[in-house]
Design a protein around this ligand. Sequence first.
Ligand SMILES: [Zn+2]
Ligand SMILES: [Zn+2]
Ligand SMILES: [Zn+2]
Ligand SMILES: [Zn+2]
Length: 114
Amino acid sequence: MLDKTFSAQQRTTMKFTKTLTVMACAAAFLLSTSGAMAESCCVKAKVAGKDCKHPCCVEAHKAGKTCEKCQPEPSCCDKAIAAGKACEHKCCADALKDKKVCEKCNPKKDEKKK
Ligand SMILES: [Zn+2]
Ligand SMILES: [Zn+2]
Ligand SMILES: [Zn+2]
Ligand SMILES: [Zn+2]
């Protein structure tokens, strides 16, 4: 009897802890996505050693253009990717080596005036 009560209580505690974890994850996710507005999907894909899979971007790149939808203000890296090259800026090349996006050339959108 006592055992049963205890385990039920424990389960409730575990469930509560899990909910907290999920909430913390969601908050972290929201924070990271708002911060991730800095670079375009294509630059991020490039950094990961991949090509952007967005159909809109694939189409644009086929035509040697930047995707107007995802890159309303294309950075040097966006333009290089569109041309099928790696950006030649030293800062960008160095960032890419570290598997990072060059923050100097791909600034956060929030900091830009519209
Ligand atoms: Zn893209
Ligand atoms: Zn796109
Ligand atoms: Zn660049
Ligand atoms: Zn750069």
